[in-house]
Design a protein around this ligand. Structure first.
Ligand code: ADP
Ligand code: MG
Length: 484
């Protein structure tokens, strides 16, 4: 694996990155109240007295949110802590009515784990997970609704978040992107977070530092709330370049919280970094410690869906396809299911080629998805059957496929209606060859005097004369025979 480095005036620098990902839990209701946790709705429609911080209201833990955190922990191959605890993190913010956030500080529900990422050059790397803890989200302040006032929407206040903290194992923007995409893929497979970064249901705090090779870690800065994979990658590079400049001009990087501005492609200081003691964390007095049973964890584990890494390995083994193909096909559950429907009982490699080639290209071109595509898995499977049983040849299959894309007709119907069956009648093929050779006597003479390349020309002409329907192997054979 090539190491990613940046060149400064004083030599080569390496970057060190750790990510804190906030992933909104998929659940009906909020972490500690019965209010709806669904996205959208009119402002302040999904707010209970608990979420609004009314005095005397007591939080009640939502079992499903805990289950979602455990599932995610299992998906990250992490340790599940049967005893964990909630703590109060105190800070003032207009959209935080309680004046504190209930989070897990000292005893998170999930401990250390491992995530496998794959880089462009095929290298596999392991990124350590430090922890995953549960916490509440805050509300939203809006400053663009009224000329003189700010308004607050508490719909999101109290919705469950999982904060997934990585070890500082990431060494390049590419690795950070691969890691973020992998986490998103895993939570989507698990159904624990929709991973939708545009809607803010997944966002990342990016910790960046730089160092010379062989050194200990230097001071880091944390870039808050970055909301796309691309921005995370850009922010890391911009911040690393800034820090190198600071160090090389004799200054010192100070630990602080920064913001990334995508339009300028740079980070700027937001506030000096607060430490844990600034938040006056203490055990949340309104909640008992969270005790879960191993039997329940085991039950959740037994019901987990097959995860992308395992599915990929199984696809390679079961359908004899290359590791690379399998990686593309397991990118999301829908693609993987589509592939399996097409490949089952057929040539796995041919199915993979059609899906990752013509089919994906058609989705792109027509702006459709697997769900909305006029070509169903059953239809594509039927097309592969028509090729396999030699009803049509590969060339004609491409044309048939384009018609399927146009209006969703089944391939067998297209073949019948248009009379596209492959011609395997050697008499008919011979006749076509004779005709083509007779019409091209000059070329035949050239061929015989050594211009071998013309062979392809004759085959092409015969195919053309047969409207593309000739069996390619038989046509080749017949041309060879008649040319002597
Ligand atoms: P805090 O609690 O102050 O946010 P943590 O020790 O929990 O700090 O680390 C937060 C994140 O910062 C983790 O993802 C960790 O991997 C990352 N991190 C820690 N040290 C460094 C460093 N020197 N350079 C880059 N990232 C770091
Ligand atoms: Mg932090």
């Amino acid at each position: 694996m090539a190491t990613y480095t940046l060149e400064g005036r004083t030599g080569t620098w390496e970057i060190v990155v750790g990510l804190e990902i906030h992933a909104q839990v998929i659940s009906e209701s909020k972490l500690f109240s019965g209010a709806s946790a669904t996205y959208g709705g009119a402002p302040n429609d999904h707010v209970s007295f608990v979420d609004a911080g009314f005095p005397g209201m007591l939080p009640v833990i939502n079992r499903e949110c805990v289950a979602q955190a455990v599932r995610t922990g299992l998906g990250l191959k992490a340790q599940i802590n049967l005893e964990s605890r909630f703590d109060r993190k105190n800070y003032f913010y207009a959209d935080l009515p309680n004046g504190y956030q209930i989070s897990q500080f000292q005893m998170p529900i999930v401990g250390t784990g491992i995530v496998e990422i794959e880089l462009q050059d095929g290298t596999i790397k392991h990124i350590g997970i430090t922890r995953l803890h549960l916490e509440q989200d805050a509300g939203k302040s809006m400053h663009d609704q009224h000329p003189a006032k700010s308004v607050i929407d508490l719909n999101r206040a109290g919705v469950a978040l999982m904060e997934i903290v990585s070890e500082p194992d990431i060494r390049s923007p590419e690795e950070a992107g691969a890691y973020l995409r992998k986490i998103r893929q895993i939570v989507r497979y698990l159904g624990t977070c929709d991973g939708n970064m545009e809607e803010g249901s997944m966002r990342a705090d990016v910790n960046v530092s730089v160092r010379k090779a062989g050194e200990d870690f230097r001071t880091r800065c944390e870039i808050k709330n970055v909301n796309s994979v691309r921005f995370v990658m850009h922010a890391i590079e911009a911040e690393a370049i800034r820090q190198i400049e600071v160090w090389e001009s004799g200054g010192e990087v100070v630990q602080e919280t920064r913001l990334y501005d995508p339009s300028k492609g740079e980070t700027r200081s937001m506030r000096s970094k607060e430490d844990a003691h600034d938040y006056r964390y203490f055990p949340e007095p309104d909640l008992l410690p969270l005790i879960i049973e191993q039997a329940w964890v085991d039950e959740l584990k037994s019901k987990l869906p097959e995860l992308p890494d395992e599915k990929r390995a199984r696809f390679c083994a079961q359908y004899s396809i290359p590791f690379y193909d399998a990686g593309v096909l397991v990118a999301d559950q829908t693609t993987a299911d589509f592939y399996e429907t097409v490949a089952k009982g057929r040539d796995g490699k041919l199915a993979s080629n059609w899906i990752t080639g013509d089919f994906f290209a058609a989705l792109n071109r027509t702006g459709t998805t697997i769900e909305t595509s006029p070509v169903s898995a059953a239809a594509l499977g039927q097309l592969l059957d028509l090729i396999a049983d030699k009803t049509i040849n590969g060339r004609i299959a491409k044309d048939v496929f384009e018609e399927m894309v146009d209006d969703g007709t089944m391939p067998a119907d297209i073949v019948e209606k248009k009379g596209l069956r492959q011609v395997t009648d050697t008499g008919a093929i011979d006749q076509a060859v004779t005709k083509v050779l007779a019409e091209n006597q000059d070329k035949v003479a050239e061929y015989k005097s050594g211009k071998d390349k013309l062979f392809g020309f004759f085959v092409g002409q015969v195919m053309k004369a047969m409207q593309g329907k000739g069996n390619p192997a038989l046509v080749n054979e017949a041309v060879k025979k008649q040319l002597g």
